[in-house]
Design a protein around this ligand. Structure first.
Ligand SMILES: [Zn+2]
Length: 430
């Protein structure tokens, strides 16, 4: 990891610097995080060893219950929110303290992992004293543990009084329950009662945080042409056929919509001919067509990623205009589906990053910079970005998320929990 030298310098030599920049209360808070660190790592090991693949509802709830008990021990009002049966998702853990002091905070995590019960990868195993091989240890039970132990240190120092902090650990981040209007309702409602949301998804490096994430959506183009003998193609009666029309449309997208920063769109599957049938559930299809017949139908399904609602809408308008310029004797329509909204790099997100940066510098942990939004996928913070200032990527460091090689870096847990505890302390005292 290219940051390991800076990290070592930061952690090894930061301590002397730190003592000058922190108040006595803050120093005590940091000491408390240190004191609890062995317990935090043991807690992480325990929750990693319980399978909580998104579809293992019992496992997700079991992990949730362990966190619920831990939050109750630090006097958070905790509840398990069930999802309707037909959604086939475990539900979410919400825990909160109520008060009026400083900024109102929403801390976001998730309890589920991509490793279902039939995955061979189930166990927390230490590789050496700094790294553990752990399914969902990095994405993102490690981040959840950082949230818990930062709050626990604040609680033990009596620093949570009169603050409003909502912890939201969803049970279906890796494969969201549909409709989103139900599975993300509690999260959005919590955001509406908050000023700031902090996401503890996998960190992208010790000295980076996420101020922006692209949103994701889908599109589908359906084209109709005139079925006829191929000898008549291009003539006044037959026209261009569906496949030429689809080619024109895709080429138009490529030439005229492509190029804006952070905007990408990808046709993922294409079918054309006399008859086509596509099964969305399995992403498989059947096509019938002949080289001597002008194609009467074509369909393309694709995805679109964007950095703001404005960018998304502008791209959709351009695509619609291209779709409407049909070749002779063809017609085409495009439809769009929304999934993840964008989290744009707003001024308030940048200000939040500046505050985190100051916390990190005061701890002697080095500068924290904005991570390239083009490189991050969508996550739960995206759903609340419209309502609150947001930062994400505040969780543990590690490698290989979503693969059987996933590791979590145990050495950085303490430093990141200190950073989080101090950051939360300053925000609730603003
Ligand atoms: Zn995650």
């Amino acid at each position: 990891m290219k940051n390991s030298l800076t990290l070592c310098i930061s952690l090894c030599f930061g301590l002397s610097l730190m003592s000058q920049k922190l108040t006595n209360v803050e120093k005590k808070l940091i000491k408390t995080v240190e004191k609890n660190n062995t317990e935090a790592i043991a807690f992480l090991e325990k929750v990693v060893n319980i399978n909580s693949g998104t579809l293992n509802k019992e496992g997700v709830k079991k992990v949730g219950t362990i966190f619920k008990t831990a939050f109750e021990q630090i006097e958070f009002d905790s509840k398990w929110i069930e999802m309707p049966n037909e959604m086939n998702r475990a539900g979410h853990l919400f825990a909160e303290t109520t008060g009026k002091k400083g900024k109102k905070l929403l801390l976001i995590g998730h309890l589920d992992t991509v490793f279902e019960e039939d995955s061979p990868f189930q166990e927390f195993k230490r590789i050496n004293d700094s790294t553990a091989h752990a399914p969902g240890g990095n994405d993102m039970k490690g981040g959840d543990v950082i949230v818990l132990y930062a709050l626990k240190a604040l609680y033990q120092q009596g620093l949570l009084k009169d603050a409003q902090i909502i912890v939201a650990f969803t049970g279906d981040e890796e494969s969201t329950g549909k409709p989103l209007s139900i599975s993300r309702k509690d999260l959005v409602d919590a955001a509406k009662r908050s000023d700031i949301a902090l996401g503890f998804e996998t960190s992208t490096g010790f000295n980076y945080a996420t101020v922006a994430r692209r949103g994701a959506s889908g599109w589908e183009v359906k084209v109709k042409g005139k079925r006829a003998h191929s000898s008549g193609v291009f003539n006044e009666r037959v026209g261009a056929g569906a496949i030429f029309e689809m080619s024109r449309i895709l080429n138009g997208f490529y030439e005229d919509v492509r190029g804006e920063e952070f905007l990408t769109f990808n046709p993922g599957v294409m079918m054309g001919g006399t008859f086509v049938e596509f099964d969305a559930a399995t992403s498989k299809g059947e096509v019938f067509g002949k080289s001597n017949v002008v194609a009467q139908t074509a369909v393309v399904k694709g995805g679109l990623r964007f950095i703001s609602e404005e960018q998304k809408e502008a791209a959709r308008d351009k695509m619609r205009a291209i779709v409407n310029e049909n070749l002779p004797h063809t017609s085409a329509e495009i439809s769009f589906t929304d999934s993840y909204p964008a989290m744009p790099p707003s001024e308030s997100n940048q200000e939040l990053l500046a505050e985190l940066n100051k916390v990190s510098l005061d701890l002697g942990q080095g500068e924290v910079k904005a991570y390239d939004p083009g490189k991050r996928g969508a996550a739960d913070t995206s759903f609340v970005a419209a309502y609150v200032a947001c930062l994400d990527g505040l969780g543990t460091m590690g490698t290989g998320a979503h693969t059987p090689e996933e590791t979590v870096n145990l050495k950085t847990v303490e430093a990141l929990t200190k950073r989080t505890a101090l950051f939360l302390y300053r925000l609730i005292n603003e």
